[in-house]
Design a protein around this ligand. Sequence first.
Ligand SMILES: C[S@@+](CC[C@H](N)C(=O)[O-])C[C@H]1O[C@@H](n2cnc3c(N)ncnc32)[C@H](O)[C@@H]1O
Length: 333
Amino acid sequence: MHLPIGFVPYCSGLTLPFLEQGQGITRRRQKFAREWDTHLKRSCAVQAEWLGKHPDSTVLILGAGRLVDCDLPFLLGNNTEVFLVDADPGCEALYQRLKRAHQRQLNFEISDITGLLATWTATLKKRMGWEETLETLRSLAGSGVSQLQLLTQGELALSLNILSQIPIIWRDYVERLLMNRFGKKFVLENDAAWLEAFAPCGRYLIEKHLADLENASYQSLLVITDVEYATYSGEMATGESPITWTRTQGGADSKLIVGEWKEGPELRDAEVSPSLFGVDLEDRAVLKRLFPNYEATLEDSWLWHIEPLGGERKGHGVVHRVSAISLDLSPSV
Ligand SMILES: C[S@@+](CC[C@H](N)C(=O)[O-])C[C@H]1O[C@@H](n2cnc3c(N)ncnc32)[C@H](O)[C@@H]1O
């Protein structure tokens, strides 16, 4: 069984942020089981429908993580060959156990899927002052030769709730590195400056992940990702989300979907921000530019009440809007 991914040396300096995110997912999934259920069900349902259109295939799952939002028994029962990829070392024991039970159907790789973070880390680790560090950070986008190659044997690729997280995990790492070098207080006081310097490489990582998928010419892709975050504050902790998003139109124009955020009366100042560093994945023109050989379809979009009011921070809560977009290789290609 071939692994449809080029070998990537594991970037050991970066293990901690991946491990922490994986542990955070496991903890929140247990703690907020009721709030997370809708998200997990919608995500698994979209995957099942997409796979139903491509039976007996091989599927590469990028961002498989702790398999919280993936119905692996369904995949394996569907005669699918599955390749799991994630950089979180905490997944290794789970994947190994699964591999022993499903020798012929399952394979995995614990790797950084950008293939760049080891090189970028080495570049940033050189001794530099603050201004030079920011200049170096700004110049990372487009630099370094990626050690990742998605190979083309695979038929399907699923980008599973990883797209927005690729730059976030890298940003956490960069923040830690800056704090170690310049002190926590200084970095917090200058967060606008370093975040501005970080933005180009954040966007680059998003576009690179999508370009890697496009270049590998898979028959069909399914990208499940956060597209917007809403953070809200208030006093009343309710089980239901006091902030909602309602679809107002969809399909017809330049956008795959359009809607509006609404806050409940007990809230103050919900703040909505896009999650993909300026890449609007629901814009048809953007999708055409990034995936010229593919037909894009919005499969579903839903809310993930990832942090209920007061659940982790007093008086605060967070809702993500998630979209699932399938991309099918055009018959002419
Ligand atoms: C929000 S989680 C996805 C949840 C996951 N599907 C699960 O069920 O646990 C994002 C995942 O992307 C992985 N990830 C983020 N950046 C990555 C990178 N550069 N290379 C490989 N995996 C990465 C993280 O380790 C994490 O498991």
